[in-house]
Design a protein around this ligand. Structure first.
Ligand SMILES: C[S@@+](CC[C@H](N)C(=O)[O-])C[C@H]1O[C@@H](n2cnc3c(N)ncnc32)[C@H](O)[C@@H]1O
Length: 344
């Protein structure tokens, strides 16, 4: 499973660090922290794909923050607003929101190692310490934070033990009319079934947690599985119950026909792979992956058939169906934006 961390990728990452937007100083901060946290003396020694993904995730932190800030600007002003990033890790969202004129951009995260990256990044951007080591699940941790106009929670909710408590606490931290943004990975996305976004492993998103943990440990012995996937409905219903009105789930981008064909092709590829899957994992796990890949792919295929028939009779209905199919099987991440109702 492991492969050597490629020279090109290191060059790519180094160039990114050295590129205009990321000052030279940041290179040494990041390199020193990566080396310390991964226990290596040279970035080239980093060999497993999850670390490669981790590096890339860290190095794109400001870019990703900027992208989400741009999405939110379609719904609200950021200038002068009080913003909170839950699970802020490297801190890119804080930089992006401060640049957009936020009165305050505060980050919280449970992981002190990741907050070290945040400290380095903020220093490079000449921002004062605006993060705290806090757990969104603990009422006593968050009670002194005050209230916010905007809360972001990007790729975090799937890592917390109780997403309901996290959403309840975020809702309590939101001011009336305030916005909550959550980005959440979709376990049924065909591309993630082929290779998931956290570990790059075939079929892992379809497994129950204990099986996923065994699969992961066989591939990367030092890692443990800490992702809890839920259906989109779970999140949207929970938010509704908490008094948050959903404004949007990222609209389906691109040519619908093309996207559906692409999803279909990926499922075909997954089925071929599942049929001969030879990973170094216990047989029951392989069988579970095989069974689930075929089940999900067939579910898509049946609905795709309904869509094709519908397309001839009722274009509007077909379009809605296509959108639902893409959201369910094609989108890697759901981006939910919800507004808290004003309390009268
Ligand atoms: C995949 S990272 C996402 C980091 C960041 N939001 C981003 O998009 O770059 C998940 C983050 O959630 C944090 N986290 C997990 N559980 C948490 C909790 N209960 N309270 C606060 N942060 C938490 C982790 O420490 C980690 O930094």
């Amino acid at each position: 499973m492991t492969r050597k961390f490629s020279r090109n990728l290191i060059d790519f990452i180094s160039k990114r660090i050295l590129s205009g937007r990321q000052p030279q100083k940041q290179r040494s901060h990041f390199e020193a922290l990566f080396k310390k946290n991964w226990g290596v003396t040279d970035l080239k020694e980093i060999t497993d794909p999850t670390s490669v993904m981790g590096l890339n995730f860290a190095l794109t932190t400001v870019e990703r923050g900027e992208r989400i800030k741009d999405i939110l600007l379609q719904y609200t002003e950021i200038k002068g607003k009080r913003c909170l990033d839950v699970g802020c890790a490297y801190g890119g969202f804080l930089v992006a929101f401060k640049r957009a004129g936020a009165a305050e951009a505060i980050g919280i995260d449970v992981d002190p190692n990741l907050l070290e990256y945040c400290r380095a990044l903020l220093k490079d951007h000449r921002l004062r310490k605006i993060y705290h080591q806090k757990d969104i699940l603990k009422a006593e941790d968050i009670c002194a934070l005050g209230t916010f106009d905007i809360i972001t929670c990007n790729d975090v909710i799937e890592h917390v033990r109780s997403p309901y408590t996290a959403m309840k606490h975020m809702s309590s931290l939101l001011r009336g009319n305030g916005l909550l943004f959550m980005e959440i990975p979709n376990r049924f996305c065909a591309a993630f079934i082929r290779a998931d976004g956290h570990y790059n492993l075939f079929g892992i998103t379809l497994l129950p947690n204990w099986m996923a943990d065994t699969y992961l440990k066989r591939s990367f012995p030092r890692m443990s599985h800490s992702i809890h996937y839920r259906r989109l409905k779970f999140y949207t219903n929970t938010l509704k119950g908490l008094g948050l009105h959903r404004l949007n789930i990222d609209t389906v981008i691109g040519d619908r026909e093309e996207r559906l064909r692409e999803i279909r092709n990926i499922f075909e590829e997954c089925k071929r792979r599942a049929a001969v899957f030879e990973g170094d994992i216990p047989l029951p796990i392989k069988e579970k992956i095989r069974e689930r890949v075929f089940r999900i792919a067939d579910l898509f295929e049946r609905n795709y058939g309904v869509y094709l028939k519908c397309r001839e009779r009722d274009a509007e209905k077909a379009e809605a169906l296509a959108e639902k199919l893409i959201l369910t099987f094609g989108e890697g991440f759901w981006r939910i934006i919800a507004r808290k109702r004003m309390v009268p």
